[in-house]
Design a binder for this molecule. Structure first.
Ligand SMILES: [Zn+2]
Ligand SMILES: [Zn+2]
Length: 361
């Protein structure tokens, strides 16, 4: 089957590889999914660059990536093979699979925070598969998934929209970590898919209003066309004043999906008493000075990582109900074109010509 293989940092190649040998993985819950759509995640560019965002967020340290990872973890498709009879109910079903499986036995799993399980097996990632010729991911015709994590989707939900479930579940978790409060406004620094999704989820949870700050004209345009919150150009000189007018008491939550010294400064400046600044971009590129006084009045600075099962179910219910809308985000790309699109983005990360690419059939 054709697959986009990250042979080494900076080297993404579309080539023929064997279909996944699902019997060899030692887990009878594994099923084979024919991939109909797979989102291109910001973290995929970080793997491409040689980072390991899963390990940085989940373990708090860098772990080297093995060669030959088939990237892609945000996908939807049809179940075509199962191993265990309890999964026969899934055969032929349209599903949005959870892209990882936790161990269920470690201290984190037992304490109900399985999103932090260090033994997670992860698609589109080298983690948890032992030594393999190719590490499973969904930039391919087929991908493995776990029967217990295969959520059926309705016939009305396009596969491309369902492929956004991973990021929507992440957004639900971020809003829970940030303790979105009804009646208080939220600020999204960055209006890419994460910031856009966070604004939608926060409003669904009852936030008073969402304000999005963004530099990219494309991302601003998408949020405005969707009618999501108030969209401000990050470069406007009167930005602090505009934010003070929109939220005189400050924002109950600030979601920082950029993670630089200046975004942290901006977020803390406009964070309300008892508010939470949730950092979505955890990287070690540059230490940031922090005056601890700015966390006075019970302001919290927290990170958020992955999601719990309940977050996924909640996000899917809201997506199916039309409370969350993602189709405006999407630009289809073919698997064959993927290496070229990666090269374009890496060469000029600020010149965004798409908000979210989705690899289709
Ligand atoms: Zn992702
Ligand atoms: Zn575990």
């Amino acid at each position: 089957m054709p697959a986009a293989v990250l042979e080494a940092p900076g080297r993404l190649v579309v080539r023929e590889i064997p279909v996944w040998p699902i019997e060899e993985y030692g887990d009878p819950d594994i099923v084979l999914v024919e991939v109909a759509a797979c989102g291109v995640c910001g973290s995929d560019f970080r793997y491409f660059a040689g980072e390991n965002p899963w390990a940085q967020h989940t373990l708090g340290r860098f772990v080297p990536n093995p060669p030959n990872i088939v990237l892609g973890h945000e996908f939807a498709g049809t179940v075509v093979r199962v191993l265990h009879e309890r999964n026969e109910r899934l055969l032929g079903k349209r599903v949005a699979p959870v892209c990882s499986k936790v161990c269920g036995a470690c201290a984190d799993c037992r304490a109900g925070r399985s999103r932090l399980c260090p033994n997670t097996v992860h698609l589109g990632h080298g983690q948890g598969w032992g030594r393999r010729d190719f590490y499973p991911g969904a930039y391919a015709r087929y991908a493995p998934a776990w029967g217990a994590g295969c959520y059926e989707i309705s016939d009305d939900l396009p596969f491309e929209d369902a492929a956004m479930m991973d990021i929507l579940a992440v957004c639900v978790h971020v809003c829970e970590v940030g303790a979105v409060q009804a009646g208080r406004p939220v600020l999204c620094i960055g209006a890419g898919p994460a910031g856009n999704g966070l604004a939608q989820v926060a409003q669904t949870m009852g936030a008073d209003r969402a304000v999005l700050i963004e530099r990219s004209p494309l991302a601003m345009d998408v949020a405005r066309r969707q009618g999501i919150g108030t969209v401000l150009d990050a470069r406007r000189p009167d930005l602090p004043e505009a934010l003070r007018q929109l939220a005189p008491e400050g924002f109950g939550c600030v979601f920082d999906s950029v993670g630089t010294e200046s975004t942290l400064d901006l977020g803390l400046t406009h964070l309300a008493k008892t508010g939470s600044l949730v950092l979505l971009a955890v990287h070690g590129n540059a230490p940031v000075p922090l005056d601890l006084m700015r966390l006075g009045a019970e302001r919290r600075l927290v990170t958020s990582c992955n999601f719990e099962v309940g977050d996924y179910a909640k996000a899917l219910a809201w997506l199916e109900a039309g409370k969350l809308r993602v189709s405006e985000w999407l630009t289809p790309v073919s698997l064959t074109d993927l290496p070229e699109r990666f090269a374009e983005v890496m060469a000029n990360p600020d010149a965004k010509s798409t908000l979210k690419m989705v690899v289709g059939r």
